[in-house]
Design a protein around this ligand. Sequence first.
Ligand code: NAD
Length: 325
Amino acid sequence: MIKTRITKLFGIERPIVQGGLMWVAKSELTSAVANAGGIGFMTALTFPEPEGLRAEIHKCRQLTNNPFGINLTFLPTLRPPDYPAYINVCIQEGIRFVETAGRNPEPYMDQLKSAGIKVIHKCTSVRHAVKAQKIGCDAVSIDGFEAAGHPGEDDVTTMILVPLTRDAIDLPIIASGGLGDGRGLVGALGLGADGINMGTRFVATQEAPVHANVKQALVDHNERDTRLIMRTLRNTERVMHNPVVDKVLEIESRGNTQIEDIVPFVSGLVGKEMLEQGQMEKGILAAGQTLGLVKDIPTCQELLDRIMAEAEKIIREKFSQVITD
Ligand code: NAD
């Protein structure tokens, strides 16, 4: 057993977090992670209306008795959401943990904290982690440059971000970006984290509610198969390479790009169809460099069992061999 401030904060067995994944982090996946001893966050914006989130919370509770949370992402979006209404649903449904991501969650902290909700802020720089501590967050998830989705604009890797964040704040830290196995878990703990967050690795699991082609594509691609789009909009997104990504990059290379120029290619609704129907050249798919570590499609239980066994073996056997008097 590996017990950390993260297992204590959430009341879970294993320091492994399934972070918000647009269109993917729904009850099937999140409950499977919870039942395997980790914690998952269902992504609120996956449900176009707050009532959809409420129904999914009910569904998740049918599937697990273990804790789970809700992800709220604050980033530019084509369909601006009613964040207070989503938070109200969380409060009314007795959700105890919210993962905020992207922009500063400060405008919503009073609403969240006055309901006793623990806030885990996912950010991509040390300065934003310091701010998260200052405004009353309960933990920080720090997202390195390897990560899928929006890894920020500073291009600092997990290897550097985690120890610097450890030096800068007292809160529990979840390392995120480039993590997919027990070696990563041990490495992250060594760098000063209290647990790990995985995204790409969890999409390639039996329970992830996406088409089989998507899972197989994650297995078939490697660590060199991601690209960064929307850099020109300062809203960088790491995605899996395909012809649509090349088209977006070509448009961006012309200069003076506006979001309208690339909407048909990057729209989340197109991505949703791709995830559901498995047409891998239809739109874009967020994916991290962890692609290189994804070699199979296990159940969440098998994945978490394997990660913990591997981590414990490294700590018990390898570390004891390398220390000499
Ligand atoms: P969407 O369809 O609203 O937008 C598609 C993409 O365009 C998103 O990456 C979005 O950030 C970007 N975008 C939209 N308007 C923009 C603008 N004015 N300037 C710059 N970029 C703009 O997105 P969606 O797929 O429905 O996702 C909803 C929200 O969840 C978005 O904010 C998205 O960024 C976010 N998301 C976050 C992650 C993550 O890594 N945290 C992953 C997927 C989606």
